[in-house]
Design a binder for this molecule. Structure first.
Ligand code: PSU
Ligand code: MN
Length: 313
């Protein structure tokens, strides 16, 4: 079994040579996801953002590794043609989480990887830091839908730390935090006690630990994994104040989007992309501009943590 697994990984995992050599030489690498490109933002902002994010990671001393599935191959590091292809074909590309991976591979399809799937592939490549915008979570209608993102389960078992701007208030933030606690996933606030809510800096809930430096975060990651505790960490990095949106405005827009989702009976993996695009539409692009800025901010922090992690490893 073990050999089969290794062969499968060798055959299907394609790591860009620069990234591979960086990993072998203990140089810092930051994983980046592709659902955000295909289903999180419209074209051309998606490609512009994806390229700028890679540049920001580089400027902050780490090597970017955008992850996606192309022709059934798990790609760690995309060519600019591949990135352009994903960005242009956005909605046509399947959104891939843990449950989908075997099918996309066996059918040699393309896939946009969620936080969960990106963590899995990053861990296969031995990358342990990942930057994104927001993670999935417990949905507000949990009692009816039982909708809990597979991202949370992945954080419970896969050893990748995820830098994000918290969880959007399309989700039930207190319940998302309870779920993470149950599964032993710590939530670190970067220079804040407040759990950020994506477009705003304070969701009203608290983080578990307020840590002020990339080095201290890297030390906690190392300690967790040295203790053989499986699973990731959430590093919640609040949106820079000047790009945050007024809390009342965004909350009323989110309520409208949630009502519309109910009316249209949108469920399952369509839920998150639907809500994201409705919010962008209803804020006339203001939410998109904030979304882009917070990802930039997360990419920079993830790169700094990756650098610190290689220094103490
Ligand atoms: N939240 C965002 N933007 C996103 C996503 C979440 O603010 O683009 C994407 C991420 O890829 C995340 C996925 O992993 O949605 C979660 O989807 P679901 O809720 O279906 O698990
Ligand atoms: Mn879901």
């Amino acid at each position: 079994m073990k050999n089969m697994h290794n062969n499968l990984i060798l055959k299907n995992l394609v790591i860009n040579p620069d990234i591979q050599s960086a990993l072998i030489n203990n140089m810092p690498v930051v994983a980046l996801e592709s659902t955000i490109i295909c289903h999180g933002m419209p074209y051309p902002q998606n490609i512009e953002t994806a390229k700028e994010v890679e540049k920001i990671v580089t400027d902050n001393g780490a090597i970017p590794a955008t992850i996606a599935i192309i022709n059934g191959r798990l790609k760690v590091g995309l060519t600019s043609d591949e990135m352009e292809y994903l960005a242009i074909n956005g909605g046509e590309i399947q959104k891939v989480s843990r449950r989908d991976l075997p099918f996309i591979l066996s059918q040699e399809k393309d896939g946009a990887t969620t936080v969960a799937a990106t963590m899995i592939i990053a861990a296969m490549a031995k990358i342990n830091i990942f930057a994104t915008g927001g993670i999935g979570g417990v949905h507000r209608d949990i009692n009816e839908s039982l909708d809990i993102s597979a991202d949370l389960q992945e954080l419970a078992k896969t050893n990748v730390a995820v830098v994000c701007s918290g969880v959007k208030s399309i989700l039930d933030i207190p319940r998302t935090l309870e779920y993470l606690e149950t599964h032993g996933v710590p939530v670190i606030g970067y220079r804040t006690n407040n759990m950020p809510a994506f477009y705003t800096t304070d969701s009203g809930s608290s983080v578990d630990y307020n840590i002020g430096s990339s080095r201290e975060i890297a030390k906690a990651m190392k300690m967790k994994w040295d203790m053989n505790f499986n699973g990731g960490m959430v590093i919640a990095n609040p949106i820079p104040e000047k790009y945050s949106l007024p809390a009342e405005e965004i909350s009323s827009v989110i309520n409208l989007a949630l009502d519309e989702m109910k009316k249209r009976k949108i469920i399952g993996k369509k839920t998150t992309p639907f809500l994201l695009s409705k919010i962008a539409e209803k804020t006339e692009g203001k939410s998109l501009a904030s979304n882009i800025q917070l990802i930039f901010n997360n990419a920079a922090l993830a790169a700094k943590i990756a650098v610190s992690f290689t220094q103490i490893k």
